[in-house]
Design a protein around this ligand. Structure first.
Ligand code: GLU
Length: 330
């Protein structure tokens, strides 16, 4: 396991390579998620790969009713299509994560048979008290392994237990990223034993995304760079589940002009607002392509199919963020 590197692998036989876009229906698509969908589509289509759309709706408290349809509608409006996914079906159906929980349960059972998971009823406060070094990430401090020795044994629970992965000590993973170069993480030291199923029974993003990317035989994962930190965990899990992990392409994050995260900004950013204000989809695609540097500044309208003809992914190399211009009335 030590110093494993994610290697691009040739796709076997006659099977077409596959790309995917996997939005969470927690709100309307904003410029950043639309850019991720556009680049994922461009990478897949330019490689002659199938494009899969998957709905990542496991975090039910954050799911907003009606959003799935609105996201699909916004993607179609932009001019993006998919070969497999909601509304079109396909050999890997269902394409909605809440309908795939049996696969996540099987993955945990397979890890449990090899003593690679354990039950943990620690609260966040307990973890924070014992953790030696605060972890800078959004997910809180590194888990100090308090419940590790108990394995999957039933005990008197303080609260419904989560399932954690027993991260091997020597899991130093290098992700070879198409845009960001090599990214190495010592998963045990920087993240620790991460959660695969929460105490409330919700399967964690890290598990579901790996199980689905393996099951759907995704060749390349394209998404925004804020998920780069998750990629080593996902490579580790893919290996422990006996699969070939995809390669990665983490594209720059689109931020507001002042550096704020778009997801935290409601007004003016959902592409719905642009639609409702009468902007044409080709104009929005041109705006995204200019921002990302895929076309020269000044392009006013381009459809995704036309962008495909001039698409040069190397123009995204090494960039971690791009900022929107300040609003005109600021
Ligand atoms: N569902 C995640 C999101 O919307 C993306 C997951 C991924 O692409 O791996 O942020």
């Amino acid at each position: 396991m030590a110093h494993a590197t994610s290697q691009p692998e040739a796709v076997s036989g006659t099977e077409r390579a596959r790309g995917r876009f996997a939005p969470s229906p927690t709100g309307d698509l904003h410029l950043g998620s639309a850019a991720a969908g556009l680049v994922a589509w461009l990478l897949a289509r330019s490689a002659g790969a199938s494009f899969v759309l998957r709905v990542e709706d496991l975090d039910t408290p954050r799911v907003v009713q009606g959003t799935v349809q609105r996201q699909l509608d916004d993607l179609r409006w932009l001019g993006l299509d998919w070969d497999e996914g909601p509304a079109v079906g396909g050999p890997n159906a269902p394409y909605v994560q809440s309908e795939r929980c049996n696969l996540y349960a099987e993955a945990i059972a397979s890890l449990a048979r090899r003593d690679l998971v354990y039950l943990c009823d620690c609260s966040r406060a307990e973890v924070a008290r014992v953790a030696s070094a605060p972890h800078a990430g959004e997910e809180g401090p590194r888990y100090p392994g308090l419940c590790r020795e108990h394995g999957m044994r039933e005990r008197a629970w303080k609260r419904p237990p989560a399932v954690r992965l027993r991260v091997p000590d020597d899991a130093v993973i290098t992700v070879r990223d198409r845009f960001q170069g090599d990214f190495t993480q010592d998963v045990a030291r920087s993240v620790g034993d991460f959660v695969l199923r929460r105490g409330d029974g919700v399967y964690a993003y890290q598990l579901a995304v790996v199980v689905d990317d393996l099951a759907m035989r995704i060749g390349e994962v394209a998404r925004a760079v804020d998920l780069l930190d998750s990629a080593p965990r996902q490579v580790l899990l893919a290996r422990l589940l006996g699969g070939t992990q995809p390669t990665f392409a983490h594209l720059p994050l689109i931020l507001a002009h002042d550096g704020a995260r778009l997801a935290k900004r409601a007004r003016g950013v959902p592409i719905r607002d642009r639609r409702d204000a009468g902007q044409r989809p080709e104009s929005l695609v041109a705006e995204l392509a200019c921002l990302l540097g895929l076309v020269d500044a000044g392009a006013s309208e381009v459809a995704p199919r036309a962008l495909l003809d001039v698409f040069d992914p190397s123009r995204l190399d090494g960039r971690r963020e791009v900022r929107l211009p300040p609003p005109r009335n600021a």
